[in-house]
Design a protein around this ligand. Sequence first.
Ligand code: NAI
Length: 280
Amino acid sequence: MPLSLTDRSTGQRAFVTGAASGLGLAFCRHLARDGWTIGMADVAVDRLDEAATEIRDLGGIPRTVHLDVTDADAFSKSAADFVEATGGIDLVINNAGLGAGGPFDETTAEQWRSVIGVNLLGVVNGCQAFIPHLKNGGGGHLMNVASIAAVAAAPRMSIYNVTKAGVRALSETLYAELSDDGIHVSVVMPSFFRTNIDRDLVGPESARSMTQALMDKSNLSADEVARHALDAVASEDIHVIYPSWMSRVIWYWKRLFPGHYVRGLVKREREAKAFAEKSS
Ligand code: NAI
């Protein structure tokens, strides 16, 4: 039987951003059941306290961190505080993210800045904050949450697509750069699954209801995505993680049948346009 992440880890110490909701909380739940110490970071303080209580009840040791991932200095300080308190770090999960939607010509400079700030620079900040500590500890795992949007380029998701493509590119770059330091870098590429991502979505109301409709249609849960990603990381030979059949289909469809794929995107744009007109 392959070793689990808990078997492989020396100290069972993880730091998870966006830990108060959705996928971040699902990661924390799985780790808690194996008794991990978890730095649970989020901007949403109230939800974070509630989540930490659940993690403690499940057997984990939560350390809540009120952190806005866009603040590089605060991220570095949170990383240093966590490592000082726990003696090291074994797994970092840069998960915090915002949904964003709407036609490109209706997006604003402010929307681009804010979503790039969280989804892309938030991950950059997390990597910069923790890589020195991972190196000092002789290695560990660095997992960044992107999305199949990184390669799917679906219409009416330009800001989101660009940020997730950046997360994927950064992760693949770091995979090679850090391999001789014993740091295993991976990137998670989920398709839609059920969470609260529509709650703070950046964009028009039609984008929120479209996202809600796609999530309602998905039979994938945050719990399944987290379980799949943690198991894949434990195997250490996978660095791009497709946690569902849907994300694998999209990836292979685009690679094997590019012409058919882009025609599918055009069809999707027409459907999205009709959906937006109906809901306005
Ligand atoms: P969610 O909205 O349920 O959870 C996101 C968490 O991130 C929230 O607790 C929120 O407070 C936190 N957050 C937002 N901005 C933050 C900031 N500046 N600093 C710290 N924390 C912040 O959404 P979900 O779905 O769990 O999202 C987690 C990750 O999964 C995101 O990176 C998202 O892009 C990605 N993803 C989600 C998919 C889905 O269908 N739900 C599909 C593919 C990827």
